[in-house]
Design a protein around this ligand. Structure first.
Ligand SMILES: *Cc1c(COP(=O)(O)O)cnc(C)c1O
Length: 368
């Protein structure tokens, strides 16, 4: 048996007619930038999230950058961001001219530590980017309160968290705005790069839309120097066709996670992912921890089970941040995670047989 890490062709096969007709209708219409599919997707996605506005963008990295700029982050400001995440949530801070301040994560849930945030706040802290990593919600309540008290802007990076929820509030609706990636392998994925920002604030929504469209809402309006990061019409049509399936795909991932949990629960050598109480986790990744990570990955590869590492290096240790001279003592949890995490295959179309095959081989590896 072969177990791939993900299989985008299986999902396409299951919704082929809807996707094909969405694509054909855009191509036949001859309208590739702007147009009805974008408005329709933005309206449906905002409604599903329970947010007032959705602005489609070229990708989530642009979304984070634009959110920082639209919220007024400027040179001299500090922005707190997790040390353990994909690089987007850090690189955009320097791109916006501000200083990234890395905070370590909680060892249990992989998400930014509230204590580490508190220790990082200075008079220059202007904004905080939190990441609902692997589909797990950050501990929003104390963070939202802290940001309100200290006048700090809060951006939720929801690139792993489409329709995850914290005490009934959907990801992206608790701070100033939520940023989503629709990279093809995300829980809601386009057939190329795409992203969006959601917000309840009308002025912020307008500002973000201008930032993504050369400083204007209409043709030939350029109120300030901005950029071009619009959602493709074709991608919007594809996302709109996929959106009605998202809940059911998230549920399938949850069933797979529960099965992994049951079948791997007896292995003391492993730490399995937990769900924060009161939250809906959407298992974008199923990430286990083990001291023998590299050997286990090698063994699984030999048996045609594909796994990945999210991430091989904590962000502060990437060459891009070498000049900041961080050591492992600065981020003890992230330093350990980079050596111990392993992401097992999880995607909606994964079969119970495949999960059993993976778990059998993990048992074999430990001689059980
Ligand atoms: C994928 C991802 C992004 C960036 O998304 P793009 O759409 O590829 O720019 C940002 N943050 C996290 C946590 C991600 O996983």
């Amino acid at each position: 048996m072969k177990v791939p890490f993900f299989d985008l062709t299986a999902q396409y096969a299951s919704i082929k007619n809807d996707i094909d007709s969405a694509i054909h209708s855009v191509v036949r219409g001859g309208y590739f930038v702007g147009g009805r599919p974008i408005k329709e997707f933005e309206t449906s996605f905002a409604a599903q999230c329970g947010s007032h506005h959705c602005i489609g963008l070229g990708n989530a990295t642009d979304g984070l950058f634009i959110a920082l700029k639209a919220l007024g982050v400027k040179p001299g400001d500090e922005v707190i961001t997790p040390a353990w995440s994909w690089i987007s949530s850090a690189e955009v801070i320097s791109l916006a001219g501000a200083k990234p301040v890395f905070a370590d994560v909680d060892p249990r849930y992989f998400t930014i530590s509230v204590e580490a945030i508190k220790a990082s706040i200075t008079s220059k802290t202007r904004a905080l980017i939190v990441v609902h990593l692997y589909g797990q919600m950050v501990d929003l309540e104390p963070i939202v309160n802290l940001c309100k008290e200290r006048g700090i802007k809060l951006i939720e990076d929801c690139s792993h968290a489409h329709l995850a929820a914290y005490n009934g509030r959907i990801a992206g609706t608790s701070g100033d705005c939520g940023v989503f990636s629709f990279f093809p392998t995300k829980n809601l994925g386009a057939y190329g790069d795409a992203g969006c920002v959601i917000t309840d604030s009308e002025p912020l929504a307008q500002n973000i839309r201008r930032w993504a469209n050369h400083g204007g809402l209409i043709k030939d309006e350029h109120l300030f120097e901005a950029t071009n990061s619009r959602l493709d019409t074709l991608q919007a049509a594809i996302l709109k066709a996929k959106l009605p399936h998202l809940l059911q795909w998230n549920n399938a991932r949850n069933r797979h996670a529960a099965r992994y949990h049951k079948l791997l629960g007896d292995l003391k050598e492993l730490t399995l992912p937990e769900t924060r109480p009161g939250c809906i986790h959407i298992f974008h990744q199923y990430v286990i921890q083990t001291a023998q990570r590299d050997a286990l990955q090698h063994f699984l590869t030999q048996h045609e089970i594909q796994t990945l590492i999210h991430y091989p290096k904590a962000i502060p240790f990437e060459p891009a941040y070498q000049h900041l001279n961080f050591s492992e003592h600065d981020f003890p949890i992230s330093s350990r995670l980079q050596n111990e995490v392993l992401s097992l295959p999880i995607f909606p179309e994964l079969t119970p047989d495949q999960i059993e095959y993976v778990c059998d081989h993990i048992h074999k590896f430990y001689g059980k």
